[in-house]
Design a protein around this ligand. Sequence first.
Ligand code: AKB
Length: 342
Amino acid sequence: MDACIRNLDRKGNAVSGTTISRILVTGSEGQIGSELTLELRRRYGAENVVASDIRTDPKTSQGELGGPYEVMDVADPAVWREVCRKHDIDTVVHMAAILSATGEKNPLLAWQVNIDGLINALETARELELTRVLCPSSIAVFGPGCPRENTPQETTLKPTTMYGVTKVCGELLCDYYVHRFGIDARGLRYPGIISSETLPGGGTTDYAVDIYYKAIEEGCYTCFVREDTRLPMMYMPDCIKGTIDLLEADFHKLQHHGDFNIGSMSFTVGELATSIRRHVPGFEVIYAPDERQAIADSWPASLDDSAARAEWGWEPSFDLDSMTADMLEKLSKRHAEGRLYG
Ligand code: AKB
């Protein structure tokens, strides 16, 4: 393993080293994990970024930026030690998670993957003296009692979903491992993430991706939340940039660790449809809210991300209209080639 240069945190406790050279990405076949793995391979070299997922037919082991891949059940502690030792891992980017809608269907699975998975990551970091663990959190940490507009970094966290419960617990675990064991653990609260490359799965914000595909394919979309539902969202290029910026940020500049709010744009489904209609005239949306409406209603509409901006320079680039133009250009091209879904 690379030399582990130990730092001291603000209380004088040892903090894991500063070298990022061999990275393990869990959940590498997921919506964010797949694109993050490719970008990390561009930056650190394909051979230095080990992709891992529960899936046995990985895309991230193929192509120009293909590289090492491990089938990994993150809830199994033994496999963590084995994979990290085998590949000399110093940095973990822990993306494997069960999202909000799937978590409500199977709360115990959400607990096992999200909490057992994270504690295994943190314990492996402690035992093997890894440099750093990044584990994303989510806007799902907030609950109905929080201010909905410009939701502050620090507020009461009382989520009403199991996904939210695991993410609050995950943030607290990261902070605990920083202060108790000197592990450099960090994380950011993702809003809904929109991408032209990989479809999301099992989230409440999935409508904001599906709508683009259906606009291109059918000119009509049946939306599972109301027209006036406003949630914070982010385009994938900003999500990847923000995640890597936080991963590489100087530990000593961070006042927060596992729980950074990051904002980008907020819009209602009605505003999203209007933005799409500028490119797809006549595009229609039918509203048929289901059980995911209650989840969306319990989350913030917009976020105060001043801590992320001040502590590690967070700054998004895309707004709703620039994202829509880029999404529709990419999806239309693929549709014309007969491979809209890749
Ligand atoms: C979900 O909808 O569950 C996720 C999230 C906001 O974390 N996209």
